[in-house]
Design a protein around this ligand. Structure first.
Ligand code: G3P
Ligand code: CA
Length: 312
């Protein structure tokens, strides 16, 4: 028999009781904290991959700082997004005669390949003034310097960029990475508690290798392809990855993939959320991030604007 509460006072009291009981009851699956990953540091405000960008990301309370990783001529892992130096440094001014041959087949124009320069040479380059004169004097950081800067204050979310390019030049980028993680003890359970590390790559074979060599470290497969979010593909990815990170347009086209990935035991992260995104279909980046996190249910995202990350 259905009981109808006719008194407005009793009805309101019943609502309060239901709300209190619901709040007190342990959730079957407590919502994990949503995570903000500072994309190339707080790169909406400071030049990407410089100490200024990483320091600001931590001041803006990013959960993770993202170092994209390149390899210098003398086999030092350092933090830079592109394979080449000319977009974010003054390499063309400092080394006008050191243009690299061959890279124009990938991208038209003159290029200065990172792997053709020693770390000492890369340290001579200004990596700040291209963005704003006030950042003149900022330099690119080695991965070791980034570890030392971030460790204990935020997590690290390194991306293995272009392992196949380095392989074609006789450089094993994945091995360099595994070695530096081990040398710093970043894969140990004690370290992971205070400095979480999550590895990401578009390169499936790199993720598979890291799964074997650093099994304690979570690893996320990046994709911008719709075919990577099918049921069959997600089942396959769950055999070696701990998460999937589709570009936001893929998730918008296939919002059901979030539940599918979670059911397979994968976390879901997306990219890239930028306040200056001209294509954005939301009033602002905070609203866009809130939609993906709280309406679509993703776990984490990469943003150039960690200060706009919506916490609830
Ligand atoms: O790594 C996630 C996201 O950063 C991928 O985009 O090109 O900025 O590395 P990209
Ligand atoms: Ca990246």
């Amino acid at each position: 028999m259905t009981t109808i509460i006719r008194s407005p006072f009793l009805f309101a009291s019943a609502l309060v009781i239901v709300a209190v009981v619901a709040a007190a009851a342990p959730s079957a699956q407590p919502a994990a904290r949503k995570q903000a990953i500072a994309h190339r540091g707080a790169s909406g405000y400071a030049p990407e991959h410089t100490p200024a960008a990483y320091t600001l990301a931590m001041a803006q309370k990013a959960d993770f700082v993202e170092p994209d990783l390149a390899v210098s001529k003398d086999n030092v892992l350092f933090c830079m997004h592109d394979d080449t130096l000319e977009r974010t440094t003054n390499v063309a001014e400092v080394f006008p005669d050191r243009v690299s041959a061959g890279y124009e087949t990938r991208q038209p124009g003159k290029h200065w390949l990172a792997n053709d320069f020693t770390m000492a040479e890369i340290k001579r380059l200004d990596a700040g003034k291209w963005m704003k004169p006030e950042f003149a004097g900022q330099h690119l950081q080695t991965f070791q310097e980034a570890i030392d800067l971030v460790r204990g204050k935020a997590g690290l979310y390194p991306e293995l960029k272009s392992p196949e390019l380095y392989k074609s030049r006789g450089v094993d980028q994945v091995k360099l990475f595994v070695d530096i993680i081990r040398k710093n003890g970043l894969e140990t359970p004690e370290s992971l508690k205070t400095t979480p590390v999550i590895i990401q790559s578009f390169d499936e074979s790199a993720i598979r290798r890291v799964a074997v060599d650093l099994p304690t470290v979570p690893r996320v497969f990046l994709t911008s392809k719709d075919e990577d979010v099918t049921e069959a593909r997600i089942t396959e990815l769950a055999k070696f990855a701990t998460g999937i990170a589709p570009e936001k347009f893929v998730i918008a086209r296939h919002p059901e993939m979030v539940a599918r990935a979670h059911a397979a035991g994968l976390t879901v992260t997306s990219w890239t959320f930028r306040a200056d995104d001209k294509e954005m279909a939301f009033p602002n980046v905070k609203a866009e991030m809130a939609h993906f996190l709280y309406d679509l249910g993703i776990d984490a995202l990469f943003t150039n604007n960690p200060d706009q990350f919506p916490r609830r």
